[in-house]
Design a binder for this molecule. Structure first.
Ligand SMILES: Cc1cc2nc3c(=O)[nH]c(=O)nc-3n(C[C@H](O)[C@H](O)[C@H](O)COP(=O)(O)O)c2cc1C
Length: 359
């Protein structure tokens, strides 16, 4: 199993993308070390202004942009020759600005989901070397994106991430009533997306499986099932390099399988998280008489009618170690975390040295 991964003009030694994790769970340290280990490291753009020291209560968008550029620059210092990208969610209000800032700061890849990134190639037109990678959960979404990109921008994706709503952490691209009912087939979707690009566009682009990939057996299974690589997120949380505070990592180490569930996000999408404290998350905002503080999402039920909770500040609190009133996003495998390890230990487990030497 000595496959590498090429996306657009960028090539890495191992077919692993570290999934973007907001808010600041995958910042420069995690992304930089994954890139240094031979995978693709992604900085999650969402909400970086918070906890950056740049936000003064009034300048969220400017601080967010600046903080993103700083994260990219610092990740590059860790892995000067690695491949570093940005995960940017379509649902955020400052999506266009974040994409531009990413390109300006030297991101080599934009990975984008939580909505369809229909205008993405138009934003990066001056940066043709930046690879564009949409995240989808269905062939239909991949088709919509490909048709729109081709028609409007004469461009097609450089790779596609197929994210499994049954296992992935964070916001999910499927209605809650369709999750957990045995309808979704992750690897059939991977193969169908692959087939679509081959048959419709005569294009052999990498299709990456995301969700539920934890160890070497999962990785080998994903590749055997037709994926060209994997995107892994939850596995990288309990690393020394992960940018979240220790209490966030401890929440993973201590959780049980039954603590992981779905929560309806004010963004209108279900999200997978540790659900034991959801009432406390909501109560925090009620106690603080909080109104939408940042306008960070284009559509948000909290902004519009105070329904549910402010998602970006809830994620930020958890990242900073308040796992009592903060929201801890995680995939279904988070309960498998047993210890704090290093990023390079994970890569050594996924790709044992003996095999690397033989390859
Ligand atoms: C803590 C956490 C935060 C996440 N934040 C984001 C995000 O900001 N943007 C995004 O597109 N996906 C986000 N995700 C999804 C991951 O990038 C990834 O696709 C998914 O979790 C893969 O499944 P796994 O965790 O089982 O490996 C997040 C996942 C976790 C666990």
């Amino acid at each position: 199993m000595t496959v590498s991964l090429s996306i657009g003009r960028h090539c890495v030694r191992f077919p692993v993308i570290q999934g973007g994790m907001g808010v600041r769970v995958s910042g420069h340290r995690l992304a930089g070390h994954v890139a240094k280990s031979g995978g693709i490291g992604l900085i999650a753009a969402a909400g970086l202004a918070l906890n950056s020291g740049l936000y003064n209560g009034k300048n969220f968008y400017a601080a967010d942009r600046e903080a993103l550029k700083i994260e990219i620059t610092k990740a590059r210092e860790i892995a000067p020759d690695g491949v570093i990208g940005v995960n940017c969610m379509v649902a955020v209000s400052n999506f266009n600005e974040a994409i531009l800032a990413s390109c300006e700061a030297g991101a080599q890849l934009i990975v984008s989901g939580a909505g369809l990134p229909l205008n993405l190639p138009g934003l990066t037109v001056d940066y043709p070397e930046v690879a564009l990678v949409p995240i989808v959960s269905s062939v239909k979404a991949a088709q919509l994106i490909a048709r729109k990109w081709h028609k409007s921008f004469d461009r097609l994706p450089d790779a596609v991430v197929v994210e499994d709503p049954e296992t992935a952490g964070g916001h999910l691209g499927e209605k809650p009533e369709n999750i957990g009912v045995g309808k979704y087939d992750q690897y059939q979707t991977v193969r169908d997306v692959k087939k679509y690009f081959k048959e419709q566009w005569n294009l052999d682009i990498p299709v990456i499986a995301a969700g539920g990939i934890w160890d070497r057996a999962d990785l080998q299974f994903a590749l055997a099932q037709g994926a060209d690589g994997v995107q892994m997120a939850s596995r990288f949380v309990c690393t020394e390099e992960c940018d979240a505070e220790d209490a966030f990592k401890q929440a993973y180490l201590q959780c049980k399988q039954e603590d992981i569930g779905l929560v309806m996000s004010p963004a209108g999408l279900p999200g997978r998280a540790l659900v034991g404290n959801i009432d406390a998350v909501r109560q925090h905002d009620l106690d603080m008489h909080l109104r939408c503080p940042l306008n960070c999402l284009k559509k948000c039920t909290y902004k519009e009618c105070q329904e549910r909770f402010c998602i970006v500040t809830a994620l930020d609190r958890a990242q900073k170690g308040d796992v009592q009133t903060g929201l801890v996003f995680c995939g279904t495998n988070a309960y498998k975390a047993e210890r704090i390890e290093t990023v390079s230990e994970i890569f050594e487990e996924l790709f044992p040295l003996a095999e690397r030497e033989a390859g």
